[in-house]
Design a protein around this ligand. Structure first.
Ligand code: BF8
Ligand code: SF4
Length: 630
């Protein structure tokens, strides 16, 4: 009999309810209460038919008022809103990538940041045609960082990484005006197009949405990922744990939250130092535990095995344990609620980035040049805060699951080499994985990504979908909060093979992998694009022919829409469990669910019934197999 036991949603909900009881004692607010105050949501907003981009409005489209004051109809308003949503997401991911380029530019032999993976830097330099012979690795790092930064504003040409696409695909994107030029240009052009009196033609707005998304996925995010690997190491399989039980009552608990690994890496570095551990002991703790929330957690989990306390809708829970000395944040997906909430406890809420400044926080500005000092100050502050804990409020749910994480493309290729070939494939291609797919041992792959959203029972869609997919011999690659949902449930434990179909189970056994592979944070969805491109090239197919789909069942952020657009732009059908505020325009719905096919070979499916969503994905994968005759 299998000994594998998943953590159920009901168990996680019971743990949350117990924490909310602690919150009630100290008068803490929580998202569960705020949702009640905000629902039902505004129907105009939900349908995307509210326009406030000029001061003649706001205009709202109704049957009685089918046009705004300027004459724009619902299709134009919904289209512009969709484009602005995408542009914000593309800007956000790409600005993260830009920060990473700057960090790379600050590396030095004796500096705060070093080149941890010089081989990857050399590979990237060769790919970009940069001379490496006889060059000091740090000189090369600075040169590559500068070229990377130029990708944001270069006056001519397309994103360099588009050359990674299978033959003909880049040309097709250029022909359809979806190939991204300079990243900042695509964001600016999007805002320009969505300005009062510019585009109101849905087709043009959708095309630009795809192009802005592509500037993120094949530009900003891809550089963010690749250069993060150069700086902090390319992830390899590593064991860790997930859920709130990773926090340790006797230790100083520091929780890192946000997205940029430049901060969290440095915090982990100092929290591990003998000096800081000795100081923690002096202050009455047994040691220091760093754990993470959201994507920065994925970053340090993938590279260091740092445990994951939780995902997006669990961020308040870490404070509600009463055992969090400091929650240290950088950028994106941080609830402003953490400020007032931390005031109900002894927790220090530390903001570090000029990009994400919030009331009721302590702002310690984090710079690449002073990163060491900043991190040390933060770790010390947390240690010194240990004595301020209120023991009667401390309750850490006894709940955690084992997870093996760290599946970069490099790691997947290396690991799966052993599956169909008894000898390791020296060329390091995706062919062994392709053989599993063509033979039908694995039916296909689903890239599970994205957030939590109170519109969906938190984590339920992620977990239920994944369970059904793996039971149907479909391998899952996951990132972002979806990956953390899987890890918390136990689906990244290698013993989760017990609940897979026979084919996938065999692959998991032979390759010694879990059936849900952790590919990292949300910028790392670019890793998934690289993998898809490699699979296409190694099989001689186009990406849209592969039995692979993407899915964001509980998404909520603008970044997620940008991602959706680059996944579709790449040629991968994308399934959403939450509507992207487009239901108010039949033309926009048609374009997004079918019309994009003529440009990219892929489109969206929106289905809020999770059971149906899963079946639709399985059907699509089987359709692709049939079309290939496999
Ligand atoms: O970038 S999955 S809630 S944490 S947006 Fe945010 Fe969504 Fe989580 Fe990471 Ni991605
Ligand atoms: Fe109204 Fe047109 Fe102004 Fe929008 S741009 S607020 S639809 S007048």
């Amino acid at each position: 009999m299998s000994e594998f036991k998943m953590t159920t949603i009901e168990e996680m909900e019971a743990a949350t309810n117990r924490l909310l009881e602690t919150g009630a004692k100290v008068g803490a607010d929580a998202w569960q209460f705020r949702v009640k105050n905000q629902t039902p949501h505004c129907k105009f907003g939900e349908q995307g038919v509210c326009c406030r981009i000029c001061a003649m409005g706001p205009c709202r489209i109704t049957p009685k008022a089918p046009r705004g004051i300027c004459g724009c109809d619902a299709h134009g308003i919904v289209g512009r809103n969709f484009l602005k949503f995408t542009a914000a997401g593309a800007a956000t991911h790409s600005d993260h990538g830009r920060e990473i380029c700057h960090t790379l530019y600050c590396t030095a032999e004796d500096g705060n940041y070093k080149v941890k993976d010089p081989d990857k830097l050399l590979r990237l330099a060769k790919e970009w045609g940069v001379e490496t012979e006889g060059k000091d690795i740090y000189d090369l790092a600075h040169e590559m960082a500068e070229i990377g930064l130029m990708e944001y504003g270069k006056p001519f040409g397309y994103q360099k990484f588009l050359d990674r696409m299978p033959e003909g695909q880049k040309e097709k994107l250029i022909e359809n005006e979806i190939a991204p030029r300079a990243i900042d240009r695509e964001v600016s052009t999007s805002l320009h197009m969505a300005h009062m009196g510019c585009s109101s033609l849905p087709e043009a707005l959708v095309k630009q949405s795809l192009r802005a998304g592509m500037a993120d996925g094949w530009g900003g995010s891809m550089m963010g990922t690749e250069f993060s690997d150069v700086l902090f190491g390319t992830p390899k399989p590593i064991d860790t744990e997930a859920n709130l039980g990773v926090m340790v009552a006797e230790n100083v608990n520091i929780v890192v939250h946000g997205h940029d690994p430049s901060l969290s890496e440095m915090i982990c570095e100092y929290a591990d130092s003998p000096e800081m551990i000795a100081y923690a002991k002096e202050m009455g703790a047994k040691g220091i535990t760093v754990s993470g929330v959201c994507c920065t957690s994925n970053e340090v989990a993938m590279r260091r095995g740092v445990p994951m306390a939780g995902n997006f809708l669990q961020q308040e829970n870490v404070v509600l344990t009463g055992a969090c000395e400091a929650i240290v944040v950088d950028v994106q997906c941080i609830f402003p609620a953490l400020g007032p909430l931390s005031k109900c406890f002894h927790t220090k809420f530390v903001t570090t980035s000029p990009i994400a400044q919030m009331p009721d926080s302590e702002f310690i500005r984090f710079n690449a040049e002073t990163a060491g000092e900043n991190a040390k100050a933060i770790v010390k502050m947390a240690i010194e805060n240990f004595k301020n804990r209120k023991p009667e409020l401390v309750h850490i749910p006894d709940m955690k699951a084992k997870a093996t994480v760290g599946y970069s493309v490099e790691a997947i290729v290396k690991t799966l080499d052993g599956v169909t070939n008894s000898q390791v494939d020296e060329t390091g291609t995706t062919k062994p994985l392709l053989e599993c797919i063509t033979s039908g041992v694995i039916r296909g792959a689903v890239a599970m990504v994205g957030c939590n959203n109170p519109k969906i029972r938190p984590d339920y869609a992620h977990i239920e979908l994944m369970k059904k997919l793996i039971a149907n011999d479909i391998i899952v690659i996951a990132s972002g909060c979806s990956a953390q949902a899987a890890a918390k449930a136990g689906l990244m434990d290698k013993s989760a093979k017990e609940i897979c179909g026979a084919g996938l189970k065999r692959v998991c056994e032979l390759a010694d992998i879990p059936p849900v592979l952790h590919m990292g944070s949300c910028v790392d969805i670019s890793r998934m694009m690289i993998l898809a491109a490699e699979l296409a090239k190694d099989s001689g197919l186009q990406i849209n022919q592969l039995p692979v789909v993407g899915c964001a069942p509980e998404w909520m952020s603008e970044k997620a829409v940008s991602i959706g657009n680059y996944v579709v732009g790449t040629g991968i059908d994308t399934f959403l469990g939450v509507d992207p505020y487009v239901s108010g325009s039949s033309e926009m719905c048609e374009l997004l669910t079918e019309g994009t096919r003529k440009w990219t070979g892929a489109a969206y499916t929106v289905e809020t019934d999770i059971e149906k969503l899963t079946d639709l994905m399985i059907e699509r994968i089987e359709e692709k197999r049939t079309a290939l005759g496999i």
